[in-house]
Design a protein. Structure first.
Length: 386
Protein backbone atom coordinates (compact mmCIF):
# COMPACT_ATOMS: atom_id res chain seq x y z
CA UNK A 1 0.00 0.00 0.00
CA UNK A 2 1.13 3.53 -0.78
CA UNK A 3 -1.13 6.45 0.00
CA UNK A 4 -1.42 9.34 -2.49
CA UNK A 5 0.56 7.28 -5.03
CA UNK A 6 -1.62 8.48 -7.89
CA UNK A 7 -0.73 12.13 -7.42
CA UNK A 8 1.53 13.69 -10.02
CA UNK A 9 5.17 13.43 -8.81
CA UNK A 10 5.63 17.18 -8.92
CA UNK A 11 2.44 17.65 -6.89
CA UNK A 12 3.65 15.13 -4.32
CA UNK A 13 6.91 17.04 -3.96
CA UNK A 14 4.99 20.32 -3.57
CA UNK A 15 2.71 18.93 -0.87
CA UNK A 16 4.96 16.65 1.16
CA UNK A 17 8.00 17.34 3.30
CA UNK A 18 8.24 13.56 3.86
CA UNK A 19 6.58 11.35 1.28
CA UNK A 20 4.30 8.48 2.32
CA UNK A 21 6.16 5.18 2.31
CA UNK A 22 5.10 1.94 0.69
CA UNK A 23 3.75 -0.44 3.34
CA UNK A 24 4.02 -4.13 2.48
CA UNK A 25 1.12 -6.44 3.35
CA UNK A 26 3.62 -8.44 5.41
CA UNK A 27 4.42 -5.41 7.59
CA UNK A 28 3.77 -5.46 11.31
CA UNK A 29 0.14 -5.23 12.48
CA UNK A 30 1.06 -1.92 14.13
CA UNK A 31 1.81 -0.42 10.71
CA UNK A 32 -0.89 -2.23 8.75
CA UNK A 33 -3.66 -1.25 11.14
CA UNK A 34 -2.92 2.45 10.65
CA UNK A 35 -2.33 2.03 6.90
CA UNK A 36 -5.92 0.76 6.53
CA UNK A 37 -6.99 4.40 6.50
CA UNK A 38 -10.56 4.69 5.23
CA UNK A 39 -12.03 1.19 5.04
CA UNK A 40 -14.76 1.15 2.39
CA UNK A 41 -17.73 -1.20 2.91
CA UNK A 42 -19.32 -2.82 -0.17
CA UNK A 43 -22.19 -5.37 -0.24
CA UNK A 44 -21.09 -8.80 -1.44
CA UNK A 45 -23.98 -9.02 -3.92
CA UNK A 46 -23.00 -5.93 -5.92
CA UNK A 47 -22.95 -6.47 -9.66
CA UNK A 48 -19.54 -6.16 -11.33
CA UNK A 49 -17.97 -6.30 -7.89
CA UNK A 50 -14.44 -7.04 -9.12
CA UNK A 51 -14.44 -4.00 -11.41
CA UNK A 52 -15.80 -1.84 -8.59
CA UNK A 53 -13.04 -2.96 -6.22
CA UNK A 54 -10.31 -2.27 -8.75
CA UNK A 55 -11.80 1.10 -9.70
CA UNK A 56 -11.88 2.23 -6.09
CA UNK A 57 -8.34 0.97 -5.57
CA UNK A 58 -7.18 3.15 -8.46
CA UNK A 59 -8.97 6.09 -6.79
CA UNK A 60 -7.12 5.70 -3.50
CA UNK A 61 -8.84 2.94 -1.48
CA UNK A 62 -6.34 0.73 0.32
CA UNK A 63 -8.72 -1.39 2.40
CA UNK A 64 -12.26 -2.65 1.81
CA UNK A 65 -14.78 -4.83 3.62
CA UNK A 66 -17.06 -7.01 1.50
CA UNK A 67 -20.22 -7.35 3.54
CA UNK A 68 -22.22 -10.55 4.02
CA UNK A 69 -24.07 -9.25 7.07
CA UNK A 70 -26.32 -6.20 7.40
CA UNK A 71 -26.03 -5.15 3.75
CA UNK A 72 -27.43 -8.49 2.52
CA UNK A 73 -31.05 -9.60 2.84
CA UNK A 74 -31.46 -13.01 4.49
CA UNK A 75 -32.69 -14.67 1.30
CA UNK A 76 -29.70 -13.35 -0.69
CA UNK A 77 -26.90 -14.65 1.54
CA UNK A 78 -26.10 -17.79 -0.47
CA UNK A 79 -26.04 -15.89 -3.75
CA UNK A 80 -23.82 -13.21 -2.18
CA UNK A 81 -21.41 -15.87 -0.87
CA UNK A 82 -21.14 -17.46 -4.33
CA UNK A 83 -20.59 -14.08 -5.94
CA UNK A 84 -17.91 -13.21 -3.41
CA UNK A 85 -15.97 -16.44 -3.93
CA UNK A 86 -16.04 -15.96 -7.70
CA UNK A 87 -14.90 -12.35 -7.41
CA UNK A 88 -11.97 -13.13 -5.09
CA UNK A 89 -10.74 -15.89 -7.40
CA UNK A 90 -11.08 -13.49 -10.33
CA UNK A 91 -9.16 -10.69 -8.60
CA UNK A 92 -6.30 -13.03 -7.74
CA UNK A 93 -5.70 -13.63 -11.45
CA UNK A 94 -5.73 -9.94 -12.42
CA UNK A 95 -2.47 -8.12 -13.01
CA UNK A 96 -3.58 -5.10 -11.01
CA UNK A 97 -3.15 -3.81 -7.48
CA UNK A 98 -5.82 -5.14 -5.12
CA UNK A 99 -6.51 -3.41 -1.79
CA UNK A 100 -6.58 -5.28 1.49
CA UNK A 101 -9.88 -7.17 1.37
CA UNK A 102 -11.79 -8.31 4.43
CA UNK A 103 -15.11 -10.14 4.60
CA UNK A 104 -17.72 -9.28 7.21
CA UNK A 105 -19.45 -12.51 8.13
CA UNK A 106 -22.82 -12.92 9.84
CA UNK A 107 -21.97 -16.28 11.47
CA UNK A 108 -18.73 -18.06 12.36
CA UNK A 109 -19.28 -20.95 9.96
CA UNK A 110 -19.00 -18.59 6.99
CA UNK A 111 -15.27 -18.26 7.71
CA UNK A 112 -14.72 -21.97 7.01
CA UNK A 113 -17.21 -21.97 4.16
CA UNK A 114 -15.62 -19.10 2.25
CA UNK A 115 -12.04 -20.33 2.64
CA UNK A 116 -13.20 -23.77 1.52
CA UNK A 117 -14.73 -22.34 -1.65
CA UNK A 118 -11.72 -20.28 -2.70
CA UNK A 119 -8.97 -21.33 -5.07
CA UNK A 120 -6.53 -18.58 -6.07
CA UNK A 121 -8.75 -16.11 -4.20
CA UNK A 122 -7.15 -16.94 -0.85
CA UNK A 123 -4.20 -14.88 -2.08
CA UNK A 124 -6.19 -11.64 -2.01
CA UNK A 125 -8.14 -12.31 1.19
CA UNK A 126 -6.69 -10.33 4.12
CA UNK A 127 -9.08 -11.47 6.83
CA UNK A 128 -12.50 -11.20 8.39
CA UNK A 129 -14.58 -8.57 10.14
CA UNK A 130 -16.55 -9.92 13.10
CA UNK A 131 -19.77 -7.98 13.83
CA UNK A 132 -21.40 -7.68 17.27
CA UNK A 133 -18.29 -9.15 18.85
CA UNK A 134 -18.57 -10.41 22.43
CA UNK A 135 -16.51 -12.70 24.61
CA UNK A 136 -19.24 -15.34 24.42
CA UNK A 137 -18.74 -16.32 20.78
CA UNK A 138 -15.74 -14.21 19.80
CA UNK A 139 -13.26 -16.93 20.67
CA UNK A 140 -14.91 -19.32 18.22
CA UNK A 141 -14.60 -16.79 15.39
CA UNK A 142 -10.95 -16.19 16.21
CA UNK A 143 -10.18 -19.91 16.49
CA UNK A 144 -11.68 -20.47 13.04
CA UNK A 145 -9.61 -17.64 11.59
CA UNK A 146 -6.51 -19.20 13.14
CA UNK A 147 -7.35 -22.59 11.62
CA UNK A 148 -7.98 -20.98 8.23
CA UNK A 149 -4.61 -19.23 8.43
CA UNK A 150 -2.90 -22.56 9.08
CA UNK A 151 -4.80 -24.12 6.20
CA UNK A 152 -3.67 -21.57 3.62
CA UNK A 153 -0.19 -21.04 5.05
CA UNK A 154 -0.33 -17.34 5.90
CA UNK A 155 -1.94 -15.05 8.41
CA UNK A 156 -5.55 -13.96 8.06
CA UNK A 157 -6.43 -11.04 10.28
CA UNK A 158 -9.52 -10.40 12.39
CA UNK A 159 -11.20 -7.05 12.97
CA UNK A 160 -13.88 -7.38 15.65
CA UNK A 161 -16.63 -4.76 15.73
CA UNK A 162 -17.67 -3.56 19.19
CA UNK A 163 -21.37 -2.74 18.90
CA UNK A 164 -23.31 -5.13 21.13
CA UNK A 165 -25.84 -3.97 23.72
CA UNK A 166 -23.74 -5.56 26.47
CA UNK A 167 -21.11 -2.88 25.77
CA UNK A 168 -23.67 -0.15 25.14
CA UNK A 169 -25.63 -0.64 28.36
CA UNK A 170 -24.03 1.02 31.35
CA UNK A 171 -24.69 -1.77 33.87
CA UNK A 172 -22.91 -4.44 31.78
CA UNK A 173 -20.28 -2.33 29.98
CA UNK A 174 -17.28 -2.77 32.26
CA UNK A 175 -17.62 -6.56 32.47
CA UNK A 176 -18.30 -6.91 28.74
CA UNK A 177 -15.26 -4.87 27.75
CA UNK A 178 -12.99 -6.66 30.23
CA UNK A 179 -13.99 -10.09 28.96
CA UNK A 180 -13.55 -8.92 25.36
CA UNK A 181 -10.11 -7.62 26.29
CA UNK A 182 -9.17 -11.03 27.70
CA UNK A 183 -10.32 -12.87 24.57
CA UNK A 184 -8.49 -10.47 22.24
CA UNK A 185 -5.32 -10.72 24.33
CA UNK A 186 -5.31 -14.50 23.84
CA UNK A 187 -5.47 -13.99 20.07
CA UNK A 188 -3.32 -10.86 19.78
CA UNK A 189 -1.42 -12.10 16.72
CA UNK A 190 -4.68 -12.35 14.74
CA UNK A 191 -6.26 -9.02 15.70
CA UNK A 192 -5.37 -6.24 13.27
CA UNK A 193 -7.69 -3.53 14.62
CA UNK A 194 -10.84 -3.07 16.68
CA UNK A 195 -13.73 -1.36 14.93
CA UNK A 196 -16.62 0.54 16.52
CA UNK A 197 -20.21 0.05 15.33
CA UNK A 198 -21.68 3.45 16.03
CA UNK A 199 -24.78 2.91 13.87
CA UNK A 200 -25.82 -0.29 15.67
CA UNK A 201 -25.36 1.35 19.06
CA UNK A 202 -27.43 4.35 18.01
CA UNK A 203 -30.08 1.99 16.66
CA UNK A 204 -30.33 0.12 19.95
CA UNK A 205 -31.24 3.41 21.60
CA UNK A 206 -33.67 4.48 18.86
CA UNK A 207 -31.29 7.23 17.76
CA UNK A 208 -30.20 8.34 14.31
CA UNK A 209 -27.83 11.25 14.43
CA UNK A 210 -28.37 14.27 12.23
CA UNK A 211 -25.66 15.15 9.68
CA UNK A 212 -25.23 18.47 11.47
CA UNK A 213 -23.87 16.50 14.44
CA UNK A 214 -20.85 14.28 15.00
CA UNK A 215 -21.01 10.98 16.85
CA UNK A 216 -19.44 12.80 19.81
CA UNK A 217 -22.56 14.94 20.11
CA UNK A 218 -24.55 11.74 20.74
CA UNK A 219 -23.50 11.42 24.36
CA UNK A 220 -24.68 7.86 25.12
CA UNK A 221 -22.54 6.55 22.24
CA UNK A 222 -19.65 8.96 22.83
CA UNK A 223 -19.39 7.58 26.37
CA UNK A 224 -19.08 4.05 24.96
CA UNK A 225 -16.33 5.15 22.56
CA UNK A 226 -14.43 6.59 25.51
CA UNK A 227 -14.77 3.30 27.41
CA UNK A 228 -13.64 1.23 24.41
CA UNK A 229 -10.51 3.36 24.00
CA UNK A 230 -9.87 3.24 27.74
CA UNK A 231 -9.97 -0.56 27.91
CA UNK A 232 -8.86 -1.69 24.43
CA UNK A 233 -6.78 1.22 23.13
CA UNK A 234 -4.18 1.67 25.86
CA UNK A 235 -0.67 2.70 24.84
CA UNK A 236 1.06 0.40 27.31
CA UNK A 237 1.51 -2.53 24.93
CA UNK A 238 -1.82 -4.18 25.80
CA UNK A 239 -4.00 -2.09 23.49
CA UNK A 240 -5.07 -2.28 19.85
CA UNK A 241 -5.62 0.22 17.07
CA UNK A 242 -9.23 1.45 17.36
CA UNK A 243 -10.87 2.74 14.18
CA UNK A 244 -13.49 5.47 13.90
CA UNK A 245 -17.20 4.68 13.43
CA UNK A 246 -18.86 5.21 10.09
CA UNK A 247 -19.97 8.60 8.75
CA UNK A 248 -23.21 7.70 6.98
CA UNK A 249 -24.07 10.86 5.01
CA UNK A 250 -22.81 11.74 1.55
CA UNK A 251 -25.13 14.28 -0.05
CA UNK A 252 -26.75 17.62 0.58
CA UNK A 253 -29.59 18.16 3.04
CA UNK A 254 -31.49 21.07 4.52
CA UNK A 255 -29.42 22.60 7.30
CA UNK A 256 -30.54 24.04 10.60
CA UNK A 257 -27.02 25.03 11.70
CA UNK A 258 -24.18 26.82 9.99
CA UNK A 259 -21.48 24.76 8.22
CA UNK A 260 -18.54 23.71 10.36
CA UNK A 261 -15.80 24.88 7.97
CA UNK A 262 -14.18 28.30 8.38
CA UNK A 263 -13.84 30.44 5.24
CA UNK A 264 -10.27 31.68 5.86
CA UNK A 265 -8.22 28.54 5.02
CA UNK A 266 -10.04 28.27 1.68
CA UNK A 267 -9.81 31.98 0.87
CA UNK A 268 -6.04 31.88 1.41
CA UNK A 269 -5.56 29.41 -1.44
CA UNK A 270 -8.41 30.67 -3.63
CA UNK A 271 -10.55 27.58 -2.98
CA UNK A 272 -13.83 29.10 -1.84
CA UNK A 273 -15.76 27.08 -4.43
CA UNK A 274 -14.17 23.91 -3.10
CA UNK A 275 -15.42 24.78 0.39
CA UNK A 276 -18.92 25.08 -1.05
CA UNK A 277 -18.51 21.64 -2.63
CA UNK A 278 -17.47 20.09 0.69
CA UNK A 279 -20.43 21.63 2.48
CA UNK A 280 -22.86 20.53 -0.25
CA UNK A 281 -21.77 16.90 0.20
CA UNK A 282 -21.92 17.04 4.03
CA UNK A 283 -18.15 16.54 4.07
CA UNK A 284 -17.68 19.39 6.53
CA UNK A 285 -19.34 17.21 9.17
CA UNK A 286 -17.04 14.32 8.28
CA UNK A 287 -13.99 16.58 8.58
CA UNK A 288 -15.10 17.71 12.02
CA UNK A 289 -15.71 14.13 13.15
CA UNK A 290 -12.28 13.05 11.90
CA UNK A 291 -10.64 15.72 14.05
CA UNK A 292 -12.60 14.45 17.05
CA UNK A 293 -11.76 10.83 16.22
CA UNK A 294 -8.07 11.66 16.42
CA UNK A 295 -8.54 13.65 19.62
CA UNK A 296 -10.22 10.61 21.19
CA UNK A 297 -7.51 8.13 20.20
CA UNK A 298 -8.99 6.62 17.03
CA UNK A 299 -7.17 5.92 13.76
CA UNK A 300 -8.77 5.56 10.33
CA UNK A 301 -12.49 5.21 9.73
CA UNK A 302 -15.24 3.03 8.34
CA UNK A 303 -16.75 4.65 5.23
CA UNK A 304 -19.71 3.72 3.03
CA UNK A 305 -19.16 6.08 0.10
CA UNK A 306 -16.10 6.42 -2.16
CA UNK A 307 -16.12 10.21 -1.83
CA UNK A 308 -15.11 9.82 1.82
CA UNK A 309 -11.93 7.82 1.23
CA UNK A 310 -9.51 10.57 0.25
CA UNK A 311 -11.00 12.93 2.83
CA UNK A 312 -10.04 10.48 5.57
CA UNK A 313 -6.58 9.97 4.08
CA UNK A 314 -5.95 13.70 3.75
CA UNK A 315 -6.85 14.23 7.39
CA UNK A 316 -4.41 11.44 8.31
CA UNK A 317 -1.37 13.19 6.79
CA UNK A 318 0.81 14.75 9.49
CA UNK A 319 1.19 18.55 9.59
CA UNK A 320 4.80 19.70 9.65
CA UNK A 321 4.40 21.24 13.10
CA UNK A 322 3.21 17.94 14.64
CA UNK A 323 6.07 16.09 12.97
CA UNK A 324 8.70 18.50 14.29
CA UNK A 325 7.26 18.23 17.80
CA UNK A 326 7.15 14.41 17.66
CA UNK A 327 10.76 14.18 16.47
CA UNK A 328 11.83 16.54 19.26
CA UNK A 329 10.03 14.49 21.92
CA UNK A 330 11.57 11.20 20.74
CA UNK A 331 14.98 12.58 19.86
CA UNK A 332 16.20 12.60 23.45
CA UNK A 333 16.62 10.00 26.17
CA UNK A 334 13.84 9.19 28.61
CA UNK A 335 15.12 11.55 31.25
CA UNK A 336 11.94 13.59 31.27
CA UNK A 337 11.83 17.33 31.22
CA UNK A 338 10.18 19.91 29.02
CA UNK A 339 11.29 22.08 26.12
CA UNK A 340 9.62 24.67 23.91
CA UNK A 341 8.38 23.66 20.48
CA UNK A 342 10.40 24.82 17.52
CA UNK A 343 7.21 26.58 16.44
CA UNK A 344 7.35 28.61 19.68
CA UNK A 345 3.69 28.10 20.55
CA UNK A 346 3.66 25.22 23.05
CA UNK A 347 5.73 23.15 25.47
CA UNK A 348 6.70 19.57 24.65
CA UNK A 349 6.82 17.38 27.76
CA UNK A 350 8.99 14.40 26.96
CA UNK A 351 7.37 11.71 29.07
CA UNK A 352 3.65 12.61 28.79
CA UNK A 353 3.94 13.23 25.04
CA UNK A 354 6.06 10.18 24.21
CA UNK A 355 3.23 7.79 23.27
CA UNK A 356 1.61 10.52 21.17
CA UNK A 357 4.93 11.10 19.39
CA UNK A 358 5.36 7.40 18.57
CA UNK A 359 1.87 7.24 17.03
CA UNK A 360 2.47 10.47 15.11
CA UNK A 361 5.66 9.14 13.50
CA UNK A 362 3.88 5.92 12.49
CA UNK A 363 1.22 8.05 10.81
CA UNK A 364 3.96 10.15 9.18
CA UNK A 365 5.56 7.03 7.73
CA UNK A 366 2.26 5.89 6.22
CA UNK A 367 0.51 9.11 5.18
CA UNK A 368 3.47 11.46 4.87
CA UNK A 369 4.33 14.85 6.38
CA UNK A 370 3.06 18.06 4.80
CA UNK A 371 5.39 20.88 3.84
CA UNK A 372 5.62 23.72 6.41
CA UNK A 373 3.56 26.06 4.24
CA UNK A 374 1.01 23.40 3.23
CA UNK A 375 -2.21 22.78 5.16
CA UNK A 376 -4.77 20.02 4.99
CA UNK A 377 -6.95 22.19 2.73
CA UNK A 378 -4.18 22.18 0.10
CA UNK A 379 -4.05 18.39 0.22
CA UNK A 380 -7.83 18.08 0.11
CA UNK A 381 -8.04 20.23 -3.01
CA UNK A 382 -5.53 17.95 -4.73
CA UNK A 383 -7.10 14.57 -3.95
CA UNK A 384 -10.84 15.02 -3.36
CA UNK A 385 -13.09 14.67 -6.41
CA UNK A 386 -15.14 17.79 -7.18
Amino acid sequence: MEHFADLDPNERERLFHRLPERIDVDATPELLSVALGATLYIPANRERLAELILRQARSGSTSMVIDLEDAIADHDVELAMSNLATVLDDLALRDERVPMLFVRVRRAEQIDELVGRLAAGVGVLSGFVLPKFTATDGGDHLDRIGAASTRIGRVLYAMPIIESTSVLHLESRAYALETIRQVLAQHRDKVLAVRIGGTDMCGALGIRRDPDLTIYDVHPVAEVIGSIVNVLGRADGTGFTITGPVWEYYNTHDRMFRPLLRHTPFEQIDAVRFRTHLVSRDLDGLLRELVLDRANGLQGKTVIHPSHVNVVHSMSAVPHEEYVDAVAVLGVDDAGGVEPSAYRNKMNERRPHRNWAVKTLIRAQIFGVLQPEIGVVDLLTSVVDR
